[in-house]
Design a protein around this ligand. Structure first.
Ligand SMILES: [Fe+2]
Ligand SMILES: [Fe+2]
Length: 193
């Protein structure tokens, strides 16, 4: 993907209109009341909500530490296991999507294939951001045993990485839902193969 690709995850504000025809038929407000929301589609939305919530918890924990509401030790004890869980779950989620669901969905509706390719590319970008995030997080956790200046520096570096990751993830989750949920509602979970 080139640097000025308008569909780049960190640049776009949504999927292109030709991929959102089903969303016009099944707008977000209608999802909860649709019979086919039960099962796969609602499980999908719940997983995404968990990632959003956990991303928010991590962001809040960092700002609690940076603003002195939590000391270094309390922060690290709270933060490290949650970060590990978040990164591991996200990785697993993307693998299942890339290897199982996206190919099935793209076969079921070939006009959406381009959309699933975009989402697949997002996963690679998010994966790189996850690795940078884990590195910055570890540097930060290590710095908690060092002097104040180093702690501040590492905390700022980590907070920046985390902010970027959470923003990328928010865009990706939203666009993925716009593509996947209307398709499931339209065909029914078992109509998709
Ligand atoms: Fe995804
Ligand atoms: Fe997803």
């Amino acid at each position: 993907m080139s640097d000025n690709d308008p569909l780049d995850l960190e640049r776009r504000t949504g999927l292109p209109a030709d991929l959102l025809r089903l969303l016009e038929t099944y707008p977000r407000e209608s999802w909860a009341g649709h019979d086919n929301i039960r099962g796969l589609a609602s499980m999908w939305l719940q997983r995404h909500d968990m990632f959003r919530e956990l991303g928010g918890v991590l962001t809040e924990a960092i700002s609690n530490y940076r603003e002195g509401r939590k000391d270094a030790r309390a922060f690290a004890g709270f933060f490290a296991p949650r970060l590990e869980f978040f990164l591991g779950q996200l990785n697993g989620h993307h693998q299942v999507e890339d290897m199982h669901y996206f190919p099935v969905f793209a076969r079921a509706e070939s006009r959406l294939k381009r959309g699933f390719d975009i989402l697949d590319r997002d996963h690679h970008l998010i994966h790189e951001a996850l690795e940078m995030n884990a590195e910055a997080a570890n540097a930060f956790l290590r710095s908690l045993g060092e002097d104040e200046d180093r702690q501040r520096f590492a905390a700022d570096a980590y907070a920046g990485q985390n902010e970027r990751l959470v923003a990328m993830l928010a865009r990706h989750l939203h666009d993925e839902e716009d593509l996947v949920v209307p398709l499931i509602l339209d065909r029914g979970e078992y109509g998709l193969g």
